[in-house]
Design a protein around this ligand. Structure first.
Ligand code: NAD
Length: 293
């Protein structure tokens, strides 16, 4: 396979590239990444000289560049995005540009150069929020109800991808995953921010009452799930990828991290809540489990 991976210098993209080249060393990967604040080539230092790996610094919103790279690859795995909800609340513009227009540019290129498979990485946040203490979970039939500019831009990109599948028969798949954790995550998200603050002896900020529930997915498990979709996924399908079966609140996660690192809970600092903060996400991942193993 010749893969065009977008956003491969970011958290999940870099884990995916390392995973893929280890498992399929004969495949070729072109990594297109703009290197925003979230992109870090240090993540990929170990493979930078691999002859089957090429890095291109550039913007997915640039059609000429995207066309050139799409022409020489056969599969697109699309991670590139503005990904932080808080930043989208402060300034939605780059989210609209990269997440919606960037996806459109990639879809047009995929159509033009007859890409064999276009896999789009999305989020469970497109489904909105579930009530706390309920047993409800998101599945691929859950109606879209995004609440932040980030999730609304990801929802728009999902709809665009589906429209290219139904209108132009573009061979697409989509996955909506929960919160990832693991190596190389930029320390603005809950877990890496907590760990770096603890190491630096700073307070660990928790939004509102801390009773927010997320599903947590280890990033390498996510990469394995994307691998399954690329190998066996049904064209046109959406797969939800999650990691947990039981709820755990953000405050309990932070307490666990403090305990593991031998620190006191007094290091927790409750801060003003995020605007429109979704209470609970939970994922029913039985479909990918049953259908793809
Ligand atoms: N991290 C999570 O927990 C999570 C959960 C659900 C879904 N997702 C989705 O997974 C994907 C990857 O997330 P992540 O956490 O690795 O994000 P990230 O913010 O760590 O990395 C994003 C990467 O995209 C690049 N990028 C941004 N704009 C670009 C542009 N215009 N052109 C080219 N490259 C650009 C950045 O430089 C960066 O390397 C995103 O689509 C995100 O919506 C992430």
């Amino acid at each position: 396979m010749k893969l065009l991976v977008t956003g491969g210098a970011g958290f999940i993209g870099s884990n995916f590239i390392l995973y893929w080249l280890k498992k399929y060393p004969q495949d070729k990967i072109v990594n297109l990444d703009k290197l925003t604040y979230a992109g870090n080539l240090e993540n990929l230092k170990s493979i930078e000289k691999n002859p089957n790996y090429e890095f291109v610094q550039g913007d997915i919103c640039n059609p000429q560049l995207v066309n050139t790279l799409t022409e020489k690859t056969d599969t697109i795995v699309h991670f590139a995005a503005e990904s932080h909800v808080d930043r989208s609340i402060m300034d939605p513009a780059p989210f609209i540009k990269t997440n919606i227009e960037g996806t459109y540019v990639l879809l047009e290129a995929a159509l033009k150069y007859k890409t064999k498979k276009f896999h789009h990485i999305s989020t469970d946040e497109v489904f909105g929020a579930l009530p706390l203490n309920s047993k409800e979970k998101f599945n691929d039939a859950t109606p879209y109800n995004p609440h932040s500019p980030y999730s609304a831009s990801k929802a728009s990109s999902d709809h665009l991808v589906r429209s290219y599948a139904t209108t132009y028969n573009l061979p697409t798949t989509i996955s909506n995953c929960s919160n990832n954790f693991g190596p190389y995550q930029f320390p603005e998200k809950l877990i890496p921010l907590a760990i770096t603050n603890i190491i630096e002896g700073k307070k660990v900020p928790i939004y509102g009452d801390g009773l927010y529930v997320r599903d947590w997915l280890y990033v390498e498990d996510h990469c394995k799930a994307i691998d399954l979709i690329l190998q066996k996924g049904k064209i046109g399908e959406t797969y939800l990828i999650g990691g947990l079966t039981e709820d755990i609140s953000n405050i309990d996660i932070i307490k666990k991290i403090l305990k593991i690192m031998g620190k006191e809970e007094s290091q927790i600092e409750f801060v003003k809540d995020r605007l429109g903060h979704d209470r609970r996400y939970a994922i029913d991942w039985s479909k990918i489990n049953k259908e793809l193993g």
